[in-house]
Design a protein around this ligand. Structure first.
Ligand SMILES: Cc1cc2nc3c(=O)[nH]c(=O)nc-3n(C[C@H](O)[C@H](O)[C@H](O)COP(=O)(O)O)c2cc1C
Length: 367
C-alpha cells in the first residue's frame, strides 16, 4: 500500500497523525519578542484544524537575530515564559504536534514590518547594525552588514543551542532551523552572500561549515524526544548560487549528523538577481531530488493548494510530508475538507464534533 496524505508519518522520535504540516508563518505581532494574544488565537485555530504538525513562526535566537521588531524570540527568560504560556494554552486542543522554527536574520535583520511599509528599519525606529558572513547588503542601498568574526560565529552558535534548549523546555516536539529564505545560515551557505576567505567561506565544504556546526551543537544538546529538522534552499534561482546538487550534499551531511527531515524551499536570498518561475508545485522537484539524492525524509512546500495535489505528491513519493501556509490562513479547516474529499475519518476537537461529516448533513451542501 502506498503512503497517502492521511497515513501516519514517523520522523525521528515522533509520529504525526497525517502528512500535512502547517508551514511557519511570521505574524509580526510580538512585543519585545514575546508571543501574546494574537498568537494564542492564530496558533489555536491552526492546532484545532487537523494537521499532523503545526510549525510556529520563525523565532529569533537573539534579539538582533529577529528579522523585525515584531518577530517572536526565544532568547531570554521573559520570551521563553511568554511562549510557554501560549503554547501550553493551545497544546492538547488538537492532534497536532508542535514545532518551532529557529532563526537568525543576519543581513535580513533590522527590517520594518511589511504593513508599515517594509524596508530597512532606521536607527531612530529601533534599527540595529546587522551582521553577515560578508559585508554585502541584502539589496542595493540597504545597510552594509558587518562581517562576522569568529567570536560572532561562536556566540550565534551558542544562541541557537540556548534557544533549542529553551524550546525543548517549552515542550516543542519539533525544532527546525531556518537555513533558507536568505537568512543567516543561508547567507553562509550561498556563494552569492558568502565571500569569506577563512574556513567558513569558499568551497561548499567551508560554506556548509557554520550551518552544520550549528545543527550538530543543537542536536547534541537537545533531548532525544525532539524531532530535528532544517528548512533549506533547493535553489537560489541565480547563476552562481546554490544549486540542487549542493542542496543534496548539504542534506546528506545533515542526515549524517542525525537530522530527521529537511523542508525544501527556495529563493529569497537576493531579490534583485533571482529569477524564480513560480507556479503550482514549483518547489516539489527540489524536494524530490533531495529526498532521493540524500536519502532523507523531506517536506515539500510552496503553492500546494488542493488535497488531490498534496496527495499525489505523497503517493508518488516525491515527498514524505507536505506543508501548506497561505491556504491554511484562507481556510484553517483545509484538513477537514481534505479528509472529507478523500473519505478519511479524522478526529475533531470534541466541542466541534457536531460539524463532522456523517453527523452534519450540511457537509454535502454548498456553504
Ligand atoms: C504570512 C507568512 C509568513 C511567513 N513566515 C515564514 C517564517 O516565519 N518562516 C519561514 O520559513 N517561512 C515563512 N513563510 C513562508 C511559508 O512558510 C511558505 O514556505 C510559503 O508561504 C509557501 O507556501 P504556500 O504557497 O503554501 O503559502 C511565510 C509565509 C507567509 C504567507
Amino acid at each position: 500500500m502506498p503512503n497517502t496524505l492521511f497515513s501516519p508519518l514517523t520522523l525521528g522520535p515522533n509520529t504525526f497523525s497525517n502528512r500535512i504540516a502547517i508551514a511557519p508563518m511570521a505574524q509580526y505581532s510580538a512585543v519585545d519578542g514575546a508571543a501574546g494574544d494574537w498568537h494564542l488565537m492564530h496558533w489555536g485555530s491552526l492546532v484545532t484544524g487537523g494537521a499532523g504538525l503545526v510549525v510556529i513562526e520563525a523565532t529569533g535566537v537573539e534579539a538582533n537575530g529577529r528579522p523585525t521588531l515584531g518577530d517572536v524570540g526565544i532568547y531570554n527568560d521573559m520570551t521563553e515564559s511568554a511562549l510557554r504560556q501560549v503554547i501550553s494554552a493551545v497544546r492538547g486542543f488538537g492532534a497536532a504536534k508542535l514545532g518551532i522554527q529557529l532563526i537568525h536574520g543576519g543581513r535580513k535583520g533590522s527590517t520594518r514590518v511589511h504593513w508599515d511599509g517594509g524596508g530597512e528599519l532606521l536607527p531612530s525606529e529601533g534599527g540595529w547594525q546587522t551582521m553577515a558572513p560578508s559585508a554585502i547588503p541584502y539589496r542595493d542601498g540597504w545597510q552594509v552588514p558587518r562581517e562576522m568574526d569568529i567570536a560572532d560565529i561562536e556566540r550565534v552558535k551558542k544562541a541557537f543551542v540556548d534557544a533549542a534548549l529553551r524550546s525543548s523546555r517549552v515542550g516543542f516536539d519539533v525544532i527546525e532551523l531556518q537555513a533558507a529564505h536568505g537568512y543567516l545560515l543561508h547567507q553562509f551557505l550561498s556563494p552569492i552572500s558568502n565571500k569569506r576567505t577563512d574556513r567558513y567561506g569558499g568551497p561548499l565544504e567551508n560554506r556548509m561549515r557554520f550551518a552544520l556546526e550549528v545543527f550538530d551543537a543543537v542536536s547534541k544538546s537537545c533531548p532525544a524526544s525532539v524531532t530535528l529538522g532544517v528548512r533549506l534552499t533547493g535553489s537560489d534561482w541565480i547563476d552562481g548560487g546554490i544549486t540542487t546538487e549542493e542542496a543534496i550534499i548539504f542534506a546528506a551531511r545533515l542526515k549524517d549528523l542525525g537530522c530527521h527531515y529537511v523542508d525544501v524551499s527556495s529563493g529569497a536570498l537576493d531579490p534583485q538577481r533571482q529569477k524564480i518561475s513560480v507556479g503550482r508545485d514549483y518547489q516539489v522537484g527540489f524536494a524530490e531530488a533531495v529526498k532521493h539524492g540524500a536519502g532523507i525524509p523531506v517536506r515539500a512546500v510552496g503553492l500546494i493548494t488542493s488535497p488531490t495535489q498534496a496527495n499525489d505528491i505523497i503517493v508518488s513519493e516525491k515527498a514524505d510530508q507536505i506543508a501548506i501556509a497561505r491556504a491554511a490562513l484562507v481556510n484553517p479547516r483545509w484538513v477537514w475538507q481534505a479528509a472529507q474529499q478523500m473519505g478519511q475519518k479524522i478526529e475533531y476537537p470534541k466541542p466541534y464534533d457536531r460539524a463532522a461529516p456523517g453527523v452534519w448533513p450540511g457537509w454535502g451542501y454548498d456553504y
